[in-house]
Design a protein around this ligand. Structure first.
Ligand code: KIV
Length: 278
C-alpha cells in the first residue's frame, strides 16, 4: 500500500500538527526551515511542513557567538510572530538554555508558557538519555516534544566547540542510545545534528520516530536548515552541511546600493512617489 501524502493538499486545508509530522515516518520527507519573524514565516509557510523558531536566532538574528544568550521572552516574542505569519506549517519553538534542564517541573512550567503565549504546535529541547524523563513528563501533560541529539549547540562549552559527532564507536553508541531514549519517552520527532552519515542513517532505520537531519543524512525522514544560511544571507561563514539555495544577501546589498545612489542623485522620491496638493 502507498504511504499517505501530506503535501500540498494539507497546505490548503489546515495547519499541520505534531501527530501529522509523526505520521510521516518512512513517507514523504518533512521539509523544515527556521523562522524567527512574521515576514519570513509568511514567505516560507507555503513551502514547508515545519517552521522551527530555533535558538539559532541568537546567532543568525542577534549576532551572538552562541545560542546561550537567547531568553524565554525572546523565544516567546519570536514564536508568536512566526505563528501569526503562518497558517499551514507546524510551528515548533526551541526552549532556550537554562529553561528546561533543571527538572521536569521547571521544563513544564516554561514550555506551558511558550505553548500558551505563542500558540505554537510543540517545543524542541536538546538532550538524549539525560532528558528522557523530562520528555516523558512533558508529553504526558500535553506538550508535543521534538528532541535534538548529536551536536547540541547549547552544550558548546562542555563539548569545546561546534564539532561533528559520532566519529568513534563510543560516541556513536551514546548517540544511538540518546535517540532510543528520546523516542521511547514519546518525542514526536528528533533533530539529528552534525553526525556521520552512516550513524544518522542507522538511527533513522532503528527508531520509530521521524528524524530531521541537519548535517546528517538524506536518509533522514526530513531535513532542516537555518534559513539565513540556506538563502545566502551572509558571506562570512557557511558550515559544510549548508547548501546555499539563493544569494539573498547580494540582492539586499544591490537594492540598498541602488537606493543610496538614487537618494544622493535626488532621483528618489520620484513624482509618482509623492502626494500632490488636494
Ligand atoms: O536552533 C536551531 O535553529 C536548531 C536547528 C539548527 C536544528 O536547533
Amino acid at each position: 500500500m502507498n504511504k499517505p501524502s501530506y503535501g500540498a493538499s494539507v497546505a490548503k486545508t489546515r495547519r499541520l500538527t505534531a501527530p501529522d509530522i509523526a505520521g510521516r515516518k518512512g513517507a514523504e520527507p518533512v521539509v523544515c526551515l527556521t523562522a524567527y519573524t512574521y515576514p519570513m514565516a509568511k514567505l516560507l509557510d507555503p513551502h514547508v511542513d515545519l517552521l522551527l523558531v530555533g535558538d539559532s536566532m541568537g546567532m543568525a538574528l542577534y549576532g551572538m557567538d552562541s545560542t546561550l544568550g537567547v531568553t524565554l521572552d525572546m523565544s516567546i516574542a519570536h514564536g508568536a510572530a512566526v505563528v501569526r505569519g503562518s497558517k499551514h506549517a507546524c510551528v515548533i519553538v526551541d526552549m532556550p538554555f537554562g529553561t528546561y534542564q533543571e527538572s521536569p517541573a521547571q521544563a513544564f512550567r516554561n514550555c506551558a508558557r511558550v505553548m500558551t503565549e505563542t500558540g505554537c504546535g510543540g517545543i524542541k529541547i536538546e538532550g538524549g538519555v539525560e532528558m528522557a524523563e523530562t520528555v516523558k513528563f512533558l508529553v504526558e501533560r500535553g506538550i508535543p516534544v521534538q528532541g535534538h541529539i548529536g551536536l547540541k549547540p547549547q552544550s558548546v562549552n562542555t563539548a569545546g566547540g561546534f564539532r561533528s559527532q559520532g566519529h568513534d564507536s563510543v560516541s556513536a553508541a551514546k548517540i544511538v542510545a540518546d535517540a532510543q531514549a528520546v523516542a521511547e519517552a514519546g518525542a514526536f520527532s528528533i533533530v539529528i545534528e552534525a553526525v556521520t552519515e552512516t550513524l544518522a542513517r542507522k538511527i533513522t532505520d532503528q527508531v520509530p520516530v521521524v528524524t530531521i537531519g541537519i548535517g546528517a543524512s538524506p536518509a533522514c525522514d526530513g531535513q532542516v536548515l537555518v534559513t539565513e544560511d540556506a538563502i545566502g544571507m551572509f558571506n562570512d561563514f557557511t558550515p559544510k552541511f549548508v547548501k546555499r539555495f539563493g544569494e539573498v544577501g547580494d540582492a539586499i546589498g544591490k537594492a540598498a546600493a541602488e537606493y543610496a545612489r538614487e537618494v544622493r542623485a535626488r532621483t528618489f522620491p520620484a513624482p509618482k512617489n509623492l502626494y500632490g496638493d488636494r
